[in-house]
Design a protein. Structure first.
Length: 392
């Protein structure tokens, strides 16, 4: 049995900042092999670490890390495998160690359901990185059970919800060039959802996947998914949840007729359904402004922005405040109010930086352009800091 001597403990990278690396499709393929050599090489590559740095992370000597990567040495004892999994922010089963959460099947399901609910609360509260750190090990554990033949309906339903939650949380924390990973996970949920004859689950999956497709630039596909979601929605509440996202996607596509029909219906349903973080006057105000600009009606957007934004009827998720500031700042710039636009965008950058929202920083950067150098510089600096942290 090969038990390495540790060179001393070293600080472990925060799982908040590294979990997304393990959630990429490439990483999932590597993890599925359960090959420690390949896993170590991938980890070093995505983090840009030397074998010495990986050794410091694991508490092992550089030469031992090299031997592990080359397959000249192997870890067999549970203690060492669990130690490596913890240091790399991996669920233990990836390295062949039984996860205590799997010992009691019922307890694992209850734990998983609570994890999905709490992760959604964290995301809505502006803590999407924590949501990713909680969800992706759960997804990995459930997928391992499914691969091993444990395809009970309860497991598969939980897997669908966990994949949706992971994809949506990743959609908050990843920059635009990496948003395909978020869409990948929401798409994976559709493979499971098809098993169930559940209109609510189907609508939810199509809605969330469609929104991530839009964010990743696949706007035509997003509209297709969202139109489907609205069509299969079993009640007004579920349909109302789809319409704001469909309006946004239709605007991004430049489909004025679809945007106008959808945003009008969404406003009408405000009086008929309970308000949520997406279905409320404040969210629809921002979506309406952005859609008017996207469909070439700048003057209409300016006139609408001159009317005070509606008072929120519920507690709004922090990221919505950032989204609204950026859109309103863009409208103020189009109206010729550079000072007002700068104040709004700088405020958006400050909040987006605090909430770790790189996609919104990129939106703010585009909105500032060359016209607002102070806002552009603020967004550039904040985005560079976030990129550095994500690569750490």
């Amino acid at each position: 049995m090969d038990t390495p001597q540790k060179t001393g403990e070293s600080p472990r990278r925060s799982p908040r900042l590294v979990s997304w690396h393990w959630a990429t499709p490439e990483a999932q393929a590597i993890l599925a092999t359960r090959n420690l050599s390949a896993i170590l090489r991938y980890h070093r590559r995505v983090h840009g670490d030397s074998q010495t740095q990986t050794g410091e992370l694991l508490g092992y000597d550089k030469t031992y890390v090299s031997a592990l990567e080359l397959g000249k040495r192997h870890l067999h004892d549970v203690g060492s495998l669990r130690h490596v999994a913890e240091r790399l922010s991996l669920p233990p089963h990836v390295l062949g160690v039984t996860d205590p959460a799997d010992a009691d099947h019922r307890a694992m399901l209850q734990f998983g359901q609570s994890t999905v609910r709490l992760a959604e609360i964290a995301r809505q509260s502006g803590h999407a990185t924590e949501a990713v750190a909680e969800l992706w090990p759960l997804v990995a554990r459930l997928e391992a059970r499914a691969r091993d033949g444990n395809t009970e309906r309860e497991v598969l339903r939980l897997l669908a919800h966990a994949r949706l939650g992971l994809g949506t949380a990743l959609g908050n924390v990843l920059p635009e060039e990496r948003l395909a990973t978020a869409a990948h996970w929401t798409a994976q949920s559709l493979d499971v959802v098809r098993i169930f004859d559940d209109p609510v689950l189907t609508t939810t999956a199509l809605r969330m996947h469609g929104n991530e497709l839009r964010k990743s630039g696949l706007v035509g596909a997003a509209v297709h998914r969202l139109v489907h979601a609205a069509a299969v929605a079993p009640n007004l509440t579920e349909r109302a949840a789809v319409l704001p996202l469909l309006a946004r996607a239709a605007g991004s596509l430049g489909n004025q007729a679809l945007f106008d029909r959808t945003i009008a219906e969404a406003h009408q349903l405000l009086d008929e359904v309970d308000h949520t973080s997406l279905v409320n006057p404040t969210a629809l105000y921002e979506i309406h402004l952005r859609g008017l600009i996207a469909t070439g009606r700048t003057d209409d957007a300016i006139r609408r922005a001159e009317i005070a934004a509606p008072t929120s009827t519920i507690s709004i998720a922090p990221q919505w405040r950032v989204i609204e500031l950026i859109t309103t700042g863009r409208v103020r710039l189009l109206a010729g109010d550079q000072r007002g636009a700068t104040e709004l965008l700088v405020g958006a950058v400050r909040e987006a930086r605090a909430q770790r929202l790189p996609h919104q920083l990129q939106r703010a950067l585009r909105a500032a352009g060359d016209a607002l150098p102070d806002a552009r510089e603020s967004a550039e600096q904040a985005l560079a800091q976030l990129r550095t942290e994500m690569a750490a």
